[in-house]
Design a protein around this ligand. Structure first.
Ligand SMILES: Cc1cc2nc3c(=O)[nH]c(=O)nc-3n(C[C@H](O)[C@H](O)[C@H](O)COP(=O)(O)OP(=O)(O)OC[C@H]3O[C@@H](n4cnc5c(N)ncnc54)[C@H](O)[C@@H]3O)c2cc1C
Length: 378
């Protein structure tokens, strides 16, 4: 058995693991990252790639999201990995949706959101991908970024290795942490600190702590089209009326209740599967479409064609794109806490678990990593 040394061990090669590795290395620490798969395969390569501060509620979480966005830009520029400063558009076709968006603009004025109400002509001049029939307007925000999650998760490690000398051990499960010793696959490492970003794996490390934490899982169904012909560009990533009842940012709006009641009454199946319509575009020109939410500790391995149908039907009400033929279908699973926006635990001196970022892990990753590294004194 070989024995190696580093200042910091990071468990998990998803976006939280990479962000923590980056922040620790930027502070001059030597870092080793362990990832079970031969490359990242968890939630971080299965998402929309939306860096989405508009989904975070005013206050500390929105501040972390904005800081995270700055750090994303720093690392993307430095590594020369592609991203699109697309901004976001929540498009609305119903009066109750318009009321929520307009109230949100009112309530958040001057608090860092930089968003504005656009009438239908203004929406259509910003996006050729939005259906004009019945469009009332939309919420425009210039802040959101889009990355291609698979490309970033599979290429960022190369940059981190070459720029900072971070070591990546793929195909290597961390079996135990008893500082200074970390047992990983057939290797033994001596480290000063460990950061566990194991996503929805609650069984391998600290199972007792996870069992009492209230953290559970959420399964999401997703689809991807073929590349759009002729270099067609989506422009701003699109969200819609159903999205307004999903992100906690909009829960500050009194008008939201009426919208929620109408959706429950009119389209209960969208409530049952917690479906909302989001559309982003990859570096290769494909459109990523989703998603649904099924909560619980155990995840159904079989996907439900009915859910895909509902998502496609709803997205068809607001999206016009040259080619909506589906090329890929998959599901992703993230860990989440029913009350907390993320979970940070100290199972032992020098060890920190950071997980359960729910549907906002891409957005919050670098901001949370900066916070962890600061709190651990790295
Ligand atoms: C379908 C979908 C769409 C989403 N869309 C967005 C979005 O657009 N914007 C956004 O902000 N967020 C989005 N999210 C949420 C975001 O993807 C997650 O919050 C984030 O990816 C979680 O990152 P992570 O690193 O904690 O987990 P993961 O990406 O799951 O990574 C955890 C890694 O740890 C490894 N691991 C676990 N245990 C061990 C061990 N003992 N030893 C070695 N390796 C181990 C696993 O193999 C895994 O690769 C979405 C999520 C899903 C599922």
């Amino acid at each position: 058995m070989t024995r190696n040394c580093a200042d910091v061990a990071v468990v998990g090669g998803g976006i939280l693991g990479l962000a923590h590795a980056y922040m620790a290395a930027k502070h001059g620490r030597s870092v080793v990252v362990f990832e079970r798969g031969m490359r990242a395969q968890g939630a971080s390569v299965r998402n929309f790639g939306m860096i989405w501060p508009i989904g975070q509620p005013p206050g500390p979480m929105h501040d972390i999201a904005l800081r995270s966005r700055s750090l994303w830009l720093e690392v993307l520029e430095w590594s020369m990995l592609p991203y699109l400063p697309t901004g976001s558009l929540h498009v609305v076709y119903r009066e109750d949706e318009k009321a929520v968006v307009q109230e949100f603009c009112e309530l958040t004025r001057g608090s860092g959101y930089e968003c504005s109400w656009l009438d239908s002509d203004e929406v259509l001049s910003r996006s050729h991908a939005v259906r004009p029939e019945g469009l009332l307007g939309g919420l425009w925000s210039p802040i959101e970024l889009t990355v291609d999650p698979r490309l970033i998760l599979w290429q960022l490690p190369e940059f981190l290795a070459s720029q900072f000398g971070i070591q990546f051990c793929y195909g290597t499960v961390v079996r135990s942490i008893d500082l200074p010793l970390v047992e990983a696959g057939t290797q033994r490492w001596e480290v000063q600190s460990a950061i566990v970003c194991s996503g929805d794996d609650f069984e391998t490390l600290y199972p007792d702590l996870f069992a009492g934490s209230g953290i559970n899982r959420c399964k999401l169904q997703m689809m991807r089209t073929r590349p759009q012909p002729g270099g067609w560009q989506l422009g701003p990533s699109l969200a819609s009326g159903l999205t307004l009842r999903f992100y906690s940012s909009f829960s500050i709006c009194k008008t939201l209740e009426r919208l929620k009641l109408r959706i429950t009454d009119e389209t209960p199946e969208y409530d049952h599967w917690v479906i909302h319509g989001l559309v982003s575009q990859t570096a290769g020109g494909e459109l990523t479409l989703g998603d649904s939410h099924e909560y619980g500790h155990s995840v159904d391995i079989f996907d439900k064609p009915k859910i895909d149908e509902l998502i496609i039907r709803y997205i068809g009400t607001f999206l016009r794109a040259p080619n909506l033929e589906i090329a890929q279908r998959w599901h992703g699973v993230y860990s989440r806490h029913p009350q907390k926006p993320f979970v940070s635990m100290n199972p032992a001196d020098g060890v920190r678990i950071v997980t359960a970022v729910g549907g906002s892990g891409m957005t919050l990753s670098f901001g949370l990593a900066e916070k962890t590294v600061h709190e651990m004194g790295l």
